[in-house]
Design a binder for this molecule. Sequence first.
Ligand SMILES: [Zn+2]
Ligand SMILES: [Zn+2]
Length: 151
Amino acid sequence: MNVPASKSSSPEETIHGHGLRMTDQRRAVFDVLMGERDHPTAVEVFTRVRAKVPNISLATVYNCLDTLTACGLVKTVAHERESARYCPNLEEHAHFFCESCGTVSDIPLRPRKQPQDVWNFPADFSISHHEVSFGGTCPKCAAKAAKQNRN
Ligand SMILES: [Zn+2]
Ligand SMILES: [Zn+2]
């Protein structure tokens, strides 16, 4: 079970809390995830990090991602049988998978709502974490489809 990072502490403090250091490589991987929040796979992270740290290996990127995930700075997103994707958004949110273009969007939980407010949980279940995903059509693909229908 991952320990969630507290929102007030910096990534450095969070990683120190786990007895680890924010190395340059971990920082570079974290910056890539924070930069473009499109839920990249490890290989996509590797491609982006290599632009800044040319000699980094894929194995190192995997190690950095494992460390950041274990420290609760990043979450993994699993979808069907695809490779894991990485998400640095620590707010409560669900993922929306576009069935047309494959993009993954963050869908925030409504303010002041908890999963228990939305899902009908029997009283004896205790929630430690939740992971919700939706599938459908993203706005871009919906607009494209609407345009095609007009022609
Ligand atoms: Zn996300
Ligand atoms: Zn789409």
